[in-house]
Write a protein of this length. Structure first.
Length: 94
């Protein structure tokens, strides 16, 4: 005798995804840096002129952060901006 398991209702719900550092592309500018969240092409903009990574804003490419929690995506972008070595900025500012 075979017994079939029913699929749980939870398997039909889309899983929340969590951002990782490799989900971002970093572009250094004279004023700071832009971090593009590759899954949604949202750009997180940071100003480094004051010596720290000050969050300036976000440019969404139409669908916000998709299946990713927006606060987690912004926190990961900020973490990457803060960890980015300062010497990269000194090379382009001079």
């Amino acid at each position: 005798m075979l017994f079939w398991r029913r699929k749980s209702a939870k398997s039909d719900v889309s899983a929340v995804k969590h951002p990782v550092k490799s989900d971002f592309h970093t572009t250094v500018t004279r004023a700071g840096m832009n971090l593009t969240f590759k899954p949604t092409s949202s750009v997180y903009i940071f100003d480094r002129r004051a010596g720290n990574a000050s969050f300036v804003g976000i440019q969404h490419a139409g669908r916000n952060t998709g299946d990713y929690p927006s606060d987690e995506v912004q926190d990961m972008a900020r973490q990457i901006a803060l960890e980015y070595p300062a010497f990269h900025f000194q090379r382009i500012s001079g």
